[in-house]
Design a protein around this ligand. Structure first.
Ligand SMILES: [Mg+2]
Length: 286
């Protein structure tokens, strides 16, 4: 497969559904990216099938839609598929309803899960947890709490009680506007994972269930909601958007202009095969 250039007009003409990454493609974390408002208005006007695939798990899809709309991006809640919304899909799929569940995350994510019928442990009840969900970095990753969690996992695993860890957003960092980044929950979960492996060895029954891009679940849900198989993923990250699309055999286009979330110079010729986009999209301007 050779990577070639494509325009957004040809994307719309040649495909029947578009999956957009949010940060770095439509939105920079603070404001819409040039051309994105006009593009979304156009797609809405022609009733084009599109979805936003975001790894963010800090707010509900309804709240995200409100933020988009306030910024001029007229994206309804039904068009958003976030890693946060996959928590419920996973609990349903694995039939975890009866498990004792503890969530580190925002109030809105906790309320959303409660509204969907999932019973959550209170802050003081973490010792009882069978599942821990790390949906955001809200308050918990202090050095004291990380040490506490490490020793909590050590105690449980020594007793062969294996807690399931759910990480909706596998991104280590996320952008805040141009040229500024914050750590995501994954950075701290990766660290805890390394520590557990260091103590027990890698063969322990310890497993973090990662949900967002590049993992399959978010793409499979998106595919099931698209009207045809002529689907393309548009993203700015090879390791999440492009790899994930390639894994589920969806065509992909890498956005290279506007505000990119990486400073790495992308040399397509040297890119591993599974990270190779089908197209380069130099701009999302119509
Ligand atoms: Mg992105």
């Amino acid at each position: 497969m050779k990577t070639s250039k494509i325009s957004i007009k040809d994307v719309i003409k040649n495909y029947e559904s578009i999956l957009f990454d949010s940060y770095g493609v439509l939105f920079d974390g603070l404001k819409p990216i040039d051309g994105s408002i006009e593009l979304i208005n156009h797609l809405n006007k022609i009733n084009y099938n599109y979805f936003i695939l975001t790894n963010d798990a800090s707010i509900t899809d309804e709240e995200r839609s409100k933020i988009f709309i306030n910024q001029g991006l007229n994206i309804s809640r039904e068009k958003i598929i976030s890693a946060g919304s996959l928590i419920f899909n996973l609990i349903k799929k694995e039939n975890f309803f009866e498990k004792k569940c503890f969530v580190y995350g925002t109030k809105s994510i906790k309320n959303d899960l409660r509204n969907k019928g999932i019973k959550l442990l209170r802050n003081s009840e973490i010792e009882k947890a069978e599942i821990i969900i790390f949906s955001d970095v809200e308050k918990w990753p202090t050095i004291e709490n990380l040490n506490k969690l490490l020793n909590f996992f050590y105690k449980k695993y020594s007793e062969k009680k294996f807690i399931k860890i759910i990480l909706p957003n596998p991104d280590i960092i996320y952008p805040i506007g141009n040229e500024h980044f914050n750590f995501g929950a994954a950075a701290f979960i990766d660290m805890l994972e390394q520590a557990i492996f260091r103590i027990f060895g890698k063969n322990i029954q310890y497993k973090v269930i990662r949900l967002g891009k590049p993992y399959e679940m978010i793409f499979e849900i998106a595919k099931s909601r698209c009207k045809s198989n002529k689907i393309i993923m548009i993203g700015d990250q090879l390791e999440t958007d492009i790899l994930g699309a390639n894994n589920v055999k969806i065509d992909s286009a890498l956005v290279t202009t506007g505000i990119n979330t990486t400073k790495k110079k992308i040399t397509i010729d040297k890119t591993a095969k599974n990270l190779l986009p089908k197209f380069i999209l130099e701009s999302i301007r119509l």
